[in-house]
Design a protein around this ligand. Structure first.
Ligand code: NAP
Length: 253
């Protein structure tokens, strides 16, 4: 076996939440390219179907499942659908997320709770449902953010708290499930990558943080997909409980 074979995911089954737009679409396609069948989950079914076409174009099977990850029952149904179709779940990419920016003194309880419900609680419901069926050798990658590690000039208490919480969740599930269940759990903290989420930034915001990016450019989603693949596949087989910043050096500045 060559070292490159460790990145192959032939006939494994990967669940990607938030696969209807942005980074999740790249992740779904990347896993298909290395041989995995992909379960795509999010709320917008039509957009999921478009992403699913990229998986089938790469020669692998795709299953789209309408899912609101904030609902624990929906997360359980997502995994049931995956098991019914493929009989296994090897990898979960907890990527579904929303971003908001509200000054703390004006943020309503509903606004704060919604972000925590999707970004943190939703990741936990999906991890619980997958953890119940995953076999030894499986892995989970939680998509956190540099906002879980540092600040970036926007009022993002809910988002930052959810993403920092995800890092704690990663550590704890890794220690609960490592030797007992043989499941690795890691997190990625992405920097800035073009997506529907970054489209919402006010004009000039990205330019205002650009000086902190050591590599001098925004991220390419394909680089991020490669890092996710490393952690999810056997290539990352001795890595667990870690948060890896893929941020062009943003968090060292
Ligand atoms: N882009 C960046 O620079 C960046 C940086 C750091 C971290 N991230 C993280 O990367 C992840 C992907 O973000 P993105 O940039 O690709 O943004 P995006 O294009 O807005 O994608 C977000 C995805 O999450 C899904 N989603 C939102 N709420 C959901 C819910 N309740 N249930 C199920 N799915 C839900 C959306 O699908 P539906 O609307 O169809 O449900 C969509 O597929 C997020 O967790 C984000 O925080 C992104």
């Amino acid at each position: 076996m060559s070292v490159l074979d460790k990145f192959r995911m032939d006939d494994r089954v990967v669940v990607v939440t938030g696969a209807s737009s942005g980074l999740g679409v790249y992740f779904a396609r990347a896993f298909a390219e290395v041989g995995a069948d992909v379960v795509l989950a999010a709320r917008r079914v039509e957009k999921l179907e478009q992403a699913a076409e990229l998986v089938t174009a790469a020669g692998r099977a795709a299953l789209s499942v309408a899912t609101d990850v904030a609902d624990p029952a929906a997360a359980a149904r997502m995994v049931e659908a995956a098991m019914e179709r493929f009989g296994r779940v090897d990898v979960l990419i907890n990527n579904a997320g929303i971003g908001t920016a509200h000054p703390a003194t004006r943020e309503t309880p509903e606004q704060f709770r919604e972000v925590i419900d999707v970004n943190l609680n939703g990741a936990y419901w999906a991890a619980q449902a997958c953890g119940r069926v995953m076999r030894p050798g499986s892995s989970i990658v939680n998509i956190s953010s540099v906002l879980g590690l540092t600040t970036a000039g926007l009022p993002q208490a809910a988002y930052a708290a959810s993403k920092a919480g995800l890092i704690g969740l990663t550590r704890d599930l890794a220690q609960q499930w490592g030797s007992r269940k043989g499941i690795r759990v890691n997190a990625i903290a992405p920097g800035f990558f073009a997506s529907e989420m970054t489209d919402q930034y006010r004009p000039g915001y990205l330019d205002s943080v650009a000086h902190r990016i050591v590599l001098g450019r925004m991220g390419d989603p394909e680089d991020l997909a490669a890092s996710v693949l490393w952690l999810a596949s056997d290539a990352g087989g001795y890595v667990t409980g870690q948060t890896i910043a893929v941020d062009g050096g943003f968090t060292i500045n």
